[in-house]
Write a protein that binds this ligand. Structure first.
Ligand code: GDP
Ligand code: MG
Length: 191
């Protein structure tokens, strides 16, 4: 695995070589404390942070290698506070797709995500591709949350994945899924 510095270097080299990798901007949305920052940092920096400033909003990028030459992943971590709603709307406008995150050990965070997403969708000209992410799966044994989530995922017609930012379980899969959804949406437009 590459360190962020090494990735950055590789990325610069790609740019220098004139290779144009597709770039996907993923916005991470959800209530406060569900693990948006932890997921973002686990994906981009391969580590788990126990404490993270709840208000910070930052953009990380990561180069991801695929068989077909790879792509550049841009991850935008958002803050859940209502004050920042205007900022969140700006982020969505810049994003290609959304990871909608809630915490499996906190059912209310699923309700909050629904509220956040429906308030976002009102402002979107076109619905962004979405993947539903149930985080903190290391803290639960499964059960009720799964059923509720499955119902919601069906209602929204989006993929659902369980993750742990702590153990990295499902983390790469979640990002791969949203990239796949973005690619599908883009193909649908060009067809
Ligand atoms: P955010 O407000 O959505 O950005 O949430 P944070 O990423 O700051 O995480 C909130 C708290 O939950 C922190 O103490 C994290 O260490 C913890 N946390 C985040 N993801 C996980 C996870 O998958 N498993 C466990 N056990 N804790 C997590
Ligand atoms: Mg955060």
């Amino acid at each position: 695995t590459r360190s962020p510095e090494e990735s950055h270097e590789a990325w610069e080299q790609c740019k220098d070589a004139g290779r144009k990798l597709p770039e996907y901007k993923v916005v991470v949305l959800g209530a406060s404390g569900v693990g948006k920052s932890a997921l973002t940092i686990q994906m981009t920096h391969h580590c788990f942070v126990k404490e993270h400033d709840p208000t910070v909003q930052d953009s990380y990028w990561k180069e991801v290698a695929l068989d077909n030459g790879g792509y550049i992943l841009n991850v935008l971590d958002t803050a859940g506070q209502d004050i920042l709603r205007a900022l969140r709307d700006q982020c969505l406008a810049a994003g290609d797709g959304v990871l909608g995150v809630f915490a499996l050990d906190d059912p209310s965070s699923l309700d909050q995500l629904q509220q956040i997403w429906s308030s976002c969708s009102q402002h979107q000209k076109q619905r962004l591709p979405l993947v539903l992410v149930g985080n903190k799966c290391d803290l639960v044994t499964s059960g009720d949350a799964d059923t509720a989530t499955a119902i919601l995922a069906r209602k929204w017609r989006v993929p659902f994945v369980k993750t742990s930012a702590k153990t990295r379980q499902g983390v790469e899969e979640a990002f791969a899924l949203i990239v796949h959804e973005i690619q599908r949406a883009q193909e649908a437009v060009t067809e």
